[in-house]
Design a protein around this ligand. Structure first.
Ligand SMILES: [Fe+2]
Length: 379
């Protein structure tokens, strides 16, 4: 059991952000305010096809800011993609970055920022507070409601050589401003809506039970859980409803403010390991692990989990059962085995998860054998 005190020292870092309809059209004004003359516009092919990168480009042009587009980014962005973007940034003689997209382009943009300012390979920044030189100004415009990369101190990059994700955690990764606009969310396909929503829920739950939580992060974590529990199923039923989409964006914002400062836990440590090895969608990995980690952690933070269970509702006996019921109502019914995870891969997955920085703030200290058992339950 973790003994918390309201007098524990805690910090709270948040970027400037503008939230509301039409926010993305402010990109040009803020790029100019930051003194950007030549921007690397970081996005991905899907966001470009949906028209959102073009809309931001128009805003930059209207403000007299030149830009080069870099969109060679996949889901679970790879280290070589970050370094290709870094080359594009340096070759283009850019002096600022605008990221438009979900977690992948935003994390990649953060990586490009620190790799270009330090002139080092992105993999050398793995861990907490290991970025020596500030990055160039960064504007983030999320087109999903889940990663919260637009407010967080985190960037997650896949190390292709070792087939695992590395976590980079540093205040230098907090964007200079984020423009949170509900309209781009309307072009998210159903699966992306569900997966990013479950990422939001996982961020909020892990931040609330984290052993680095604080009264400041608790407020945001609980509000995120409340919002996502009501708005996510409704937004899936009415995907064009801007009010519902805005609620999921607010949930993601609250969850991001919570986890960026309280950090995460075993769900994310284990999801990073899974996503690195199998290239699975991050939010889906969280969704398939969440209830099993909640059950394993319960005794270490029972009061907090009970509060989460009350908010999630679902009329279930335990908070873990409530989380399981919630994901099933969203149509996530598969197991890890059904997405291709093999039982003989579990020891290596557990070893990588055990070494992930997110494991440090899990409310219960987990040995590799404990982590193997949790993967086994999710199989
Ligand atoms: Fe996440």
């Amino acid at each position: 059991m973790i003994q918390r005190s309201q007098f524990d020292l805690r910090k709270f870092v948040a970027p400037e952000f503008i939230c509301g309809y039409g926010a993305l059209h402010l990109a040009g004004r803020y790029a100019r305010n930051f003194g950007m003359k030549q921007v690397l516009l970081v996005t991905d092919p899907g966001v470009r096809a949906a028209g959102w990168a073009g809309a931001v480009g128009e805003s930059l042009t209207e403000a007299g800011v030149s830009f080069t587009v870099f969109d060679a980014i996949s889901a679970n962005p790879r280290s070589r993609q970050v370094m290709a973007g870094t080359e594009a940034y340096l070759a283009g003689e850019c002096n600022g970055i605008v990221a438009v997209g979900g977690g992948s382009p935003m994390d990649c943009a953060k990586g490009i920022g620190i790799a270009s300012s330090s002139m080092r390979d992105i993999l050398t920044f793995e861990g907490v507070d290991r970025v020596p030189v500030p990055a160039p100004p960064l504007i983030c415009i999320p087109t999903t409601a889940g990663s919260s990369a637009d407010v967080s101190q985190f960037a997650i990059i896949t190390d292709e050589g070792r087939k695992r994700k590395i976590a980079i955690v540093s205040k230098t990764l907090v964007p200079d401003i984020s423009l949170l606009d509900p309209e781009p969310l309307t072009t998210m396909p159903r699966e992306l809506t569900v997966d990013t929503g479950m990422d939001t829920l996982s961020h909020a739950i892990e931040a609330y039970v984290s052993n680095a939580s604080s009264p400041m992060t608790d407020v945001h974590a609980l509000e995120a859980i409340r919002l996502i529990a009501s708005a996510l199923p409704a937004a899936m039923a009415e995907p064009d409803d801007l009010n519902l989409r805005f609620s999921t964006l607010l949930a993601s914002l609250h969850a991001g403010l919570a986890f960026s400062n309280a950090s995460l836990g075993a769900v994310h440590a284990m999801a990073h390991s899974l996503g690195g090895a199998y290239d699975l969608a991050h939010g889906r990995c969280n969704a398939l692990l969440l209830e099993h980690v909640m059950a394993a952690n319960y005794d270490a933070a029972s009061g907090r989990y009970d509060r989460i269970g009350e908010i999630l509702g679902q009329g279930r006996a335990t908070p873990a059962e409530g989380a399981a019921a919630f994901r099933k109502t969203l149509g996530i019914t598969e197991t890890l085995a059904e997405v291709g995870v093999r039982v003989d891969a579990i020891p290596a997955l557990a070893a990588a998860a055990h070494a992930d920085p997110c494991m440090v703030t899990n409310p219960r200290s987990l040995a590799c054998e404990d982590i193997e058992r949790i993967y086994g339950h999710a199989l």
